[in-house]
Design a protein around this ligand. Sequence first.
Ligand code: PRE
Length: 358
Amino acid sequence: MSNQELDQLRKQVEEKNLKLLELINERASLVQEIGRVKEKQGVNRYDPVRERNMLDLIKEHNDGPFEHSTVEHIFKEIFKAGLELQKDDHRKALLVSRKKKPEDTIVNIKGETIGDGNPHFVFGPCAVESYEQVAQVAQAVKAKGLKLLRGGAFKPRTSPYDFQGLGIEGLKILKKVADEYDLAVVSEIVNPADIEKAVDYIDVIQIGARNMQNFELLKTAGAVNKPVLLKRGLSATLEEFINAAEYIISQGNGDIILCERGIRTYERATRNTLDISAVPILKQETHLPVFVDVTHSTGRRDLLIPTAKAALAIGADGVMAEVHPDPAVALSDSAQQMDLDQFDHFYNEIGASVKARV
Ligand code: PRE
């Protein structure tokens, strides 16, 4: 074959390439439109029956030289790409999406501006047990110039026979301590009916991992004027996590902090597996601040410092960890909470790494 002939054929192939390109993009625009219609109708994006019918029709018209299986493979890839495009459009349309709002959301909690580019910290006991217990931790938090205190009053426990928390009494203790030490408190609420009452006592509503897809709770939290710290579910994908946040923002409340707290995997060396790459992904996909709970993700005191450093290094807006004056006698999570000396050491170490970063 002369070079001239080859050049001629290649030129024709290039023309076909451009035609194909035009056609697949025209097809993609139609598929995007279908996606918008389906979104409005609340219909599943993936439709295998439709795909099968299209493939059958395509095969019926296939005169070769490609074999049916090859044609099917190529078109299956085109369907897959169209589906991805529909999903991408869906993500862009979410109110929590960075595409919808490019600038970072800053959540202001009594002057503590989460998401402002500086690291922030939430420390406190797993559960509120007594005024004295919370006050001792509050004093240690205050001594470090910190503002945010955590403590659980409603405890969703794996066993119904484990300590369930002090309920509203626990919130009252948190409020008293927060007022005395000029701190802001984060506490988990598990029942939508408690939110209205709870907002008088706490500064941030925490929605825990087990309730990440409790849609009634999410909607109720979205309807009040109070920041929400939303933890990732034990087995939730990031897409599910982002949609849970969307439930809150869709009701009008955009003051949301996302919190990665480890996911359930086959690995037993840690209580959960800290999905560290979730942090930059959530920061890219959403405009919300992202925290890492190093206590629940690892369940190991010896890993709190390295994981907190990793969280801040990868771009987390803050770290949450549990501190108890006497973890050995704690009514919950006794193996993983720091005592006050360990807390000092932890904070010195993290403080040094934060300074090294700036
Ligand atoms: C389309 C995309 C995904 C579905 O699984 C089936 C078909 C396609 O690419 O043709 C379009 C579409 O969403 C639809 O026809 O319902």
